[in-house]
Write a protein that binds this ligand. Structure first.
Ligand code: C2E
Ligand code: CA
Ligand code: CA
Length: 757
């Protein structure tokens, strides 16, 4: 009906038509050309609040709100003109919502009696227009008004207009709802933490929220240009990987329907999550919505967690490594070694498994002399050298202290490896300005043919290592079953020594020392002998045991007493003659050794000047000054001090100065370097010259050949001692030994020797 329906007015409408009009929900009115209301239906009564009688014959303008009352005539004219032209429809005379300019007036047909209606319908109608009506109570309402022209049957006059009015107040409520929804949407957009950018299909920025502006720091002027490319360029400069961003955008614009999500990293350390989806209206893509979320705090938290997890994993790995690692050398520890050994023994039958157990010789001296720091340095260096001697897959472990172990699996020549290890350790190294030549004793045990377990293999290596030490250190020995026997023997030896000391079985032998200047024996060295079961136990075997047990104090006293007693007469004959006794560090540390020695000298009638105490260099470096005090007291009383075995172990020429020492005894290992006498041995000449420079006399030990004696004399060595002159001998054999020594020396000089005695 709205916008172009027709109404037929007839004095006698067919039954039903009137009832249709009456029951219409829209208000229907017929208005005469002069503006009076000619006919209304029930809906019109309800809508305006008047009765039919109150309306019919009244000016229609009573029903229109101020501002809408003047357009009736123009509307009527337009419809009429349209009808005259025979058209079926005409355009409205103005904008549909313009008041007083369009069909905002309800037309009337003056003079038409109530109940009468036009008989024919014209095909003229206007599209509906908006207008405001007024109710009887003065309230206004918004309505939509549609008009059409009514003409009389034949002559077409008088004209009137059918008007349908529909209350559209409900639409306003819907508009308000829309506005509310829009404001809600915009408030939501502004209050969200996400930055939102909407780009239209034409590539221009359709909208952004404030959050977008502040997140990206886009200047307002730039946004005002609505130029998406310019804004993107600004954005890109802030990204770590702008190329990747450009690629993604290109892909999105190539496929307008697609959605995507990714993460953008900023140069300033921030991280945004990006979502992009098409903006659609009824399935048609009209633009694209970009949403950015600042996830920096979450990412930072995640990074922290990841870092913390990595730190934890690293610490766990470190702790695990430490549990199996020797902290000082970084080598495997005992536990890891045992695991490897067990695994090796479980390996394929017939695979060679070799264990090389080793222990540094005299390591305690390094610690005592140079301090623990130097000791640690030495251990680290030993670890390094050991690793160099083996293949990468072999295991080197430090078992503790100065004890190391090497495991070889499938080695073709373990003896060669052992040899290499011993040789590599002898290379000199400098620690805190002191040159050291470490040495080690190594025991090698292997399984090939006989199956033994891990602990037995280690025990065998240990026995072999002990045997290597007993055999003179600085060597390796392969385990032999007979070593078990010597181990037992060594234990028995230690028990037997105590009994021997108590039973007075410790005897003294003497070895002459010839003066190179006078050519005669002026000194003898007292050497302890243990006569056991008719044989003699060498001092190299029982002296270390005696030092360990402290028995050396008693043995030393015994040797001193016997020496002074047995040699008293010989010493008394010539005050130049002297007796040298070996004194262990243990003796000097415990009790008042100086007092004891002087008392023995007094009691036996030996002058202190005729006594020499031979000590090794290590005694000078114990922490307390007790040893120095003892030796100083002895020297003050006239006793002389000789530094024994000089040049072995950890001797240092540089430290000689200032020591309470009178004589240097060059170790026999240096003497043995002289073979033909033609070799150049600057170390020997240097030692002797340096000792002389410090006011010390020099005795060479271990002289076995005349070439050695001559060489040493050429270097101005003061005294000579060795098998060339005489082996050590018991008291009764001393006189002949001294005579033989004198003769030997005379022979050296090409003099006539004395008659044999
Ligand atoms: P040492 O003090 O260096 O004694 C010299 C050692 O060299 C002696 O061995 C002696 O027999 C040996 N010797 C001497 N001339 C030659 C030679 O020409 N060639 C060779 N190959 N060897 C020679 P010995 O008597 O077996 O003594 C060994 C070590 O035992 C001594 O070395 C000393 O350190 C220690 N010792 C011996 N008796 C005592 C003692 O009463 N008290 C202490 N504390 N230690 C002692
Ligand atoms: Ca000696
Ligand atoms: Ca010596």
């Amino acid at each position: 009906m709205y916008g172009g329906g027709t109404v037929t007015a007839s004095p006698h409408p067919p039954p039903g038509v009137e009832s249709v009009l009456e029951s219409s929900p829209d208000a229907l009115l017929v208005i005469a050309e002069d503006g009076t209301i000619r006919l209304v239906n029930a809906a019109a009564e309800r809508m305006f609040g008047y009765t039919r009688g109150e309306l019919v014959g009244q000016d229609h303008r009573m029903l229109l709100a101020e501002g809408f009352r003047s357009g009736f005539h123009r509307l009527f004219f337009a419809l009429r003109k349209d009808a005259d032209a025979g058209r079926t429809a005409v355009s409205g005379p103005g904008p549909a919502t313009a008041p007083d300019a369009a069909a905002g007036t309800v037309p009337t047909t003056a003079g038409t009696a109530p109940g009468t209606a036009p008989t024919t319908a014209a095909a003229s109608a206007l599209p509906p227009v908006e207008a405001y009506g007024v109710r009887r109570d003065g309230t206004e309402f918004q309505g939509e008004v549609a008009c059409s022209l009514l003409v009389q049957d034949t002559d077409g006059a008088p004209l009137s207009m059918a008007v349908a009015v529909r209350d559209t107040s409900h639409r306003r409520a819907a508009d308000a709802g829309l506005r509310e929804a829009l404001s809600l949407l915009s408030a939501t957009l502004e209050s969200t933490a996400d930055g939102i950018l909407v780009v239209g299909g034409d590539g221009r920025i359709a909208s952004v929220n404030n959050q977008f502006v502040s997140m990206w720091g886009v200047p307002r002027e730039l946004l005002a240009t609505q130029d998406d490319d310019a804004v993107m360029g600004f954005v890109m400069d802030q990204l770590v990987d702008p190329e990747q961003f450009v690629e993604k955008i290109a892909a999105l614009y190539a496929d307008p329907d697609s959605e995507s999500h990714d993460v953008l990293d900023f140069l300033d350390g921030r991280t945004f999550e990006r979502y992009s989806r098409p903006q659609k209206v009824a399935d048609r893509v009209v633009g694209r919505v970009w949403s950015f979320r600042d996830v920096t705090p979450a990412r930072v938290a995640q990074d922290l967690i990841t870092q913390a997890m990595a730190d934890l994993a690293e610490q766990a790995a470190l702790l695990k490594a430490l549990a199996f690692q020797d902290p000082l050398t970084g080598l495997s520890n005992r536990q890891l070694f045992n695991d490897h050994l067990e695994a090796a023994l479980r390996g394929p039958c017939g695979t060679a498994v070799d264990v090389l157990l080793l222990d540094l010789d005299d390591f305690k001296e390094v610690n005592d002399i140079l301090g623990h720091h130097a000791g640690d340095q030495l251990l680290i260096e030993v670890g390094r050298r050991l690793r160099e001697c083996i293949r990468p897959n072999d295991v080197v472990a430090r078992l503790g202290g100065d004890e190391f172990v090497v495991l070889l699996v499938g080695s073709l020549d373990p003896d060669a490896v052992a040899d290499r290890i011993v040789a590599s350790l002898r290379a000199p190294l400098w620690i805190d300005g002191t040159m050291l030549r470490p040495s080690l004793s190594l025991g090698l045990a292997s399984i090939k043919e006989d199956a033994v377990d891990a602990s037995e293999l280690l025990r065998r290596a240990d026995i072999a290592m002990y045997a290597a030490k007993a055999a003179g250190k600085n060597r390796y020995l392969r385990f032999r079953p007979k070593m078990m026997k010597s181990l037992v023997e060594r234990t028995e030896l230690e028990a037997g020594l105590r009994l021997a000391v108590d039973a007075g079985e410790i005897a003294v032998h003497y070895q002459p020392i010839v003066s190179a200047r006078s050519g005669v024996v002026v000194k003898v060295e007292a050497l302890a002998r243990w006569e056991r079961d008719g044989g003699i136990v060498p001092p190299a075997q029982f002296i270390p045991a005696a030092e360990r047990s402290g028995l050396i104090v008693e043995i030393g006293t015994e040797v001193l007493l016997k020496g002074c007693t047995e040699l008293g007469p010989w010493l008394a004959e010539d005050s130049v003659r002297a007796l040298a006794v070996n004194v262990s560090g243990v003796q000097l540390q415990h009790g008042d050794f100086a007092e004891l020695l002087l008392a023995v000298a007094r009691n036996t009638g030996v002058k202190p000047r005729q006594l020499v105490v031979e000590v090794t260099e290590s005694v000078f470096f114990h922490d307390d000054c007790h040893v120095i005090q003892q030796l100083t007291a002895l020297r003050n009383a006239g006793v002389r001090v000789a530094l024994d075995d000089f040049g072995t172990g950890f001797s240092s020429l540089g430290r000689l100065q200032g020591l309470p020492v009178d004589t240097l005894k060059i170790d026999q290992s240096f003497t043995s370097m002289i073979h033909t006498g033609d070799e150049k041995l600057p170390i020997l000449s240097c030692m002797i010259a340096m000792a002389h420079g410090l006011g010390l006399t020099v005795t060479a030990e271990g002289v076995e050949t005349s070439a050695q004696a001559e060489y040493l004399m050429k270097l101005d060595c003061d005294s000579l001692q060795g098998f060339l002159f005489s082996r050590p001998t018991g008291g009764p054999g001393l006189q002949p030994a001294i005579a033989r020594s004198n003769d030997a020396f005379a022979a050296l000089r090409g003099e006539r020797v004395s008659e044999p005695r």
